[in-house]
Write a protein that binds this ligand. Structure first.
Ligand SMILES: Cc1cc2nc3c(=O)[nH]c(=O)nc-3n(C[C@H](O)[C@H](O)[C@H](O)COP(=O)(O)O)c2cc1C
Length: 197
């Protein structure tokens, strides 16, 4: 996680680590090269299976801003080992994240899989493109849930997988339906058996 640590471990963070006695352990994470992290098949499969993520952006006044971006599973595309992209649909028209991104492209993405207790944190630089871009058709293919207003491209700088501790497993309505349908089938079959007794 060297690139991730190089970005996250600011002077103030490192001072805090020193005060808490974790400076040595964390210093090891700072080592290594400072090349951007490469998205592997593992991250790509995770990202492309998600139906949403949390997007942190930085306002001009330095306030952090977090918004949820949701969509059909696979609406975030992994273009290559450095880039993600998704189409943005019309929302409440406040454009807080987009306004932030236009002034400062630095973003933090947080992908969760509550059911499997996995999460992926990612730093990147976002830029906005209009729908005339050549990526439009590809990104539209998974975006069936609204009026697309623009495209967002994210150059990935670094990522880090978190440990599953403290993630309460949660399931989507679809996942619950699948699970319950197997139980319903079993109950129906048991009822049939009971009828014959
Ligand atoms: C009609 C409508 C009303 C919405 N109202 C809200 C709202 O009050 N608060 C909110 O956080 N999101 C609301 N949303 C969802 C946001 O529009 C959506 O999450 C969008 O991505 C917000 O981006 P932003 O926070 O970067 O401006 C609404 C969406 C629609 C379609």
């Amino acid at each position: 996680m060297s690139r991730y640590a190089q970005l996250a471990y600011t002077d103030s963070v490192q001072r805090f680590q020193a005060e808490q006695g974790s400076a040595a352990a964390n210093a090891r994470r700072l080592g290594g090269d400072s090349e951007r992290d490469l998205i592997t098949a593992n991250e790509a499969a995770f990202i492309e299976s998600r139906d949403g993520f949390y997007l942190g952006s930085v306002s001009e006044t330095g306030w952090p801003y977090v918004q949820f971006r949701g969509g059909p599973p696979g609406f975030v595309h992994v273009l290559d080992e450095h880039r993600l992209a998704f189409a943005e649909v019309r929302g409440n028209r406040q454009y807080i994240s987009d306004g932030n991104i236009r002034a400062d492209g630095r973003v933090s993405l947080f992908f969760m899989d509550y059911a499997r207790q996995a999460r992926l944190k990612l730093f990147g630089r976002a830029s906005l493109m209009d729908t005339s871009d050549e990526l439009h058709e590809r990104l539209m293919s998974t975006r069936t849930d609204g009026r697309v207003e623009r495209l967002v491209l994210i150059e990935v700088e670094a990522f880090n997988w978190n440990c599953p501790q403290h993630i309460t497993p949660r399931f989507t309505a679809d996942e619950v339906r699948q699970y319950v349908s197997a139980l319903h089938a079993e109950i129906a079959s048991l009822r049939e058996q009971l009828k014959g007794t």
